[in-house]
Design a protein around this ligand. Structure first.
Ligand code: NAP
Length: 266
């Protein structure tokens, strides 16, 4: 994971829009070949691919709903048959609850849906990709590397630790992802695979569109030390820095990209 990517392959889930799109474009600009995964929005995914190519990179779009085991397997198989390798997995795909309901009213259906997209899907996709990465690392010849050669980056959230009682299922899913990062970091270190969490704060995307005015007011009132919305590109820069190999002796680490939200303040 050092220097120019030189055609190494990144699989970015949920790269058709928002943060995932910005990550795909930033990686392409650094020389990564990018697999642009999406669930439903083929047109948006095609636009991301055009941006990847405009940034000087190459890639493909692959539709797959990460909730379903067969589709996760197809995603990994298609990536390997296109390029023969996966060097970086970015678990970015995610959803907010369809309806914000107080946790005393939250439905089991919403709990299951959000946990499946935000935690179970990424967990089992990571399991699959990790096995492919291990097989690839066993093909690599020579002495064990002194810096990680492959990486997994999970896009978490400040909701991993900040309570929002009207979207408890989202908070639970992101808290689970924080532990998922630590578990895979521990398990995969011996194979030279580093695992990180990038933890965004309030980022301007389709996901936050329904609460834009509320957050405009909260941010203006000082909710975050940097009084502005985060942009998808802010998150993408952090991902690109990790992908470029600038953290060679770190794994299981959390990088906050939140304008300072996580600081405790008087
Ligand atoms: P977004 O604009 O709503 O985009 C969501 C992306 O995920 C889309 O590309 C969507 O694909 C894809 N997706 C959703 N469900 C999927 C599934 N089952 N299988 C495959 N792809 C799926 O969201 P965003 O704001 O960019 O969020 C990206 C990540 O950052 C999420 O994990 C989110 O929890 C996290 N995050 C966001 C914020 C924020 O303030 N926005 C803050 C902290 C963390 P289609 O286009 O095909 O629907």
């Amino acid at each position: 994971m050092n220097g120019s990517a030189n055609g190494r392959v990144a699989l970015v889930t949920g790269a058709s829009r928002g943060i995932g799109r910005a990550i795909a474009v930033a990686l392409a600009g650094d020389g990564w070949t990018v697999v642009v995964n999406y669930q439903a929005n083929a047109e948006a995914a095609a636009q991301t691919l055009a941006l990847v190519q405009a940034a000087g990179g190459q890639g493909v779009t692959i539709q797959a709903d990460i909730v379903h085991a067969a589709q996760r397997e197809r995603l990994v198989q298609e990536t390997l048959s296109c390029y023969g390798r996966i060097d970086l997995l970015v678990n970015n795909a995610g959803m907010a609850p369809r309806q914000r309901l107080d946790l005393l009213e939250m439905t089991e259906a919403s709990y299951d849906e959000v946990m499946a997209v935000n935690l179970k899907g990424p967990f089992f996709l990571t399991q699959l990709v990790a096995k492919a990465m291990i097989a690839l690392s066993q093909k690599d010849m020579g002495a064990p590397p002194c810096a990680p050669t492959r990486a997994i980056i999970n896009i978490g959230s400040i909701s991993a630790y900040a309570s929002s009682v009207n979207r408890a299922e989202y908070c639970l899913s992101k808290a689970g992802m924080a532990m998922m990062t630590r578990l895979f970091a521990d398990r995969l270190a011996e194979y030279g695979i580093a695992v990180y969490e990038v933890r965004p704060g309030i980022i301007e995307t389709d996901m936050t569109r329904p609460v834009r005015e509320k957050y405009d007011q909260l941010i203006a009132a000082g909710l975050t030390p940097f009084r502005r919305w985060g942009r998808p590109e802010d998150v993408a820069l952090a991902v690109a820095a990790i992908a470029a190999g600038h953290f060679p002796f770190s794994t299981g680490e959390v990088i906050n990209v939140d304008g300072g939200f996580h600081l405790r303040r008087f």
